[in-house]
Design a protein around this ligand. Sequence first.
Ligand SMILES: Nc1nc2c(ncn2[C@@H]2O[C@H](COP(=O)(O)OP(=O)(O)O[C@H]3O[C@H](CO)[C@@H](O)[C@H](O)[C@@H]3O)[C@@H](O)[C@H]2O)c(=O)[nH]1
Ligand SMILES: [Mg+2]
Length: 192
Amino acid sequence: MSVKNIQIELLSKQYYTLNKITFDYMMRNGDWVTQVRECYDRGDGAGILLYNTEKQTVILTKQFRMPTYMNDNENGFLLEICAGMLDKDNPEACIIRETEEEVGYRLKSVTKVYEAYSSPGVMTEKMHFFIGEYSDDMKVSAGGGLESEHEDIEVLEIPFKEAVRMLNNGEIHDTRTIVLLQYAQIHGLLGA
Ligand SMILES: Nc1nc2c(ncn2[C@@H]2O[C@H](COP(=O)(O)OP(=O)(O)O[C@H]3O[C@H](CO)[C@@H](O)[C@H](O)[C@@H]3O)[C@@H](O)[C@H]2O)c(=O)[nH]1
Ligand SMILES: [Mg+2]
């Protein structure tokens, strides 16, 4: 093991948890050094690219994201895949629930494609990536997110070609959305 003497100091525990971790780390040359890293723990997440092969469309969401507003995103709105935090659900159950809450489609099945750390230098979060086919008859509500949490999510159904155009023009600024749109391209989910 190249890590020992892990000490955890709680810096903040409000909505989520920020810990300061002090630990001894053995460098690749065999020397031991003490390192300090702040780790933000907000659990894990799941996201999904919803696509319809018949209509050649995908569903994306648009919502205000304060952290992006604080860093260069002019009006703070971000185009994203449907996504949410796991809570106590397993990833599949979470993304099926989030899909209904945020965009109003009731899915029966989803396909997991990746599992990846969101921002490994600072966050503990692991993200579970899914794809799922939707159709009009799966629509059960308008979506929009939970009123109780003041979620205000715009649901956008857009031609896949338009999504790819935005991707190629640098108009998509959410990594998870870029990953899954590229997945769809690489695997020809909506034709070549
Ligand atoms: N009061 C309060 N509410 C918060 C805070 N942070 C988040 N929330 C609320 O917690 C809820 C989380 O909604 P989800 O749909 O479950 O998560 P998400 O924010 O969409 O997160 C997804 O995207 C993130 C990337 O931006 C991912 O990091 C995450 O894993 C997930 O996939 C939202 O209602 C949000 O407003 C906070 O500090 N205080
Ligand atoms: Mg969400």
